[in-house]
Design a protein around this ligand. Structure first.
Ligand code: SF4
Length: 158
């Protein structure tokens, strides 16, 4: 079970989308220089499928749902994204603090995924030398194949 501590409608985290961002607690990654150490604690409200649908219904006008975190239980994040796809026509995005797992079950239910730990010298997605990657995801259910497109450049300032 994952827990969340806050939600916010944002425009920056997912390009061209109005996104309900949900901050997940209990982050196991412990990146040195972490910008959000308050997310390390296992605290907040249980993010059940019902609670997630309730949060979505309270935010009309959004086009995307993004979980910021959830590395403590990737299988559960996959179940949440599956539920969003089953019950809504919203896009989905996952901000993971780990490198890409090409076998991750949840890729089938994602439109976007951000991967990579935070490394202070390399900076976040907006940094030209960032190690983090932001991909759009396309799942072909007929072929049961997943294709990824690196669109990190959309965060880079010229
Ligand atoms: S993944 Fe994010 S929240 Fe977790 S330790 Fe790294 S920077 Fe902090």
């Amino acid at each position: 079970m994952l827990k969340y501590i806050e939600t916010k409608v944002v425009l920056e985290e997912v390009p061209d989308e109005i996104t309900l961002a949900i901050n997940i607690s209990g982050c196991p990654n412990r990146c040195p220089g972490c910008h959000s150490p308050h997310l390390w604690e296992d605290s907040g409200t249980a993010l059940t499928e019902d609670n997630l649908m309730n949060l979505i219904s309270k935010n009309p006008g959004i086009t995307c749902v993004c979980l910021l975190g959830g590395d403590a239980d990737p299988e559960y994040t996959a179940a949440l994204f599956k539920s969003v796809k089953k019950n809504t026509d919203l896009k989905t995005c996952w901000y993971s603090g780990r490198d890409m797992d090409y076998g991750y079950e949840g890729l089938k239910y994602l439109d976007f995924i951000k991967t990579g730990p935070y490394i202070k010298e390399k900076g976040p997605l907006t940094s030209p030398v960032t190690n983090q990657r932001f991909h759009s995801v396309c799942y072909d259910s007929t072929e049961d194949t997943i294709s990824l497109k690196d669109i990190t450049f959309k965060f880079q300032r010229t």
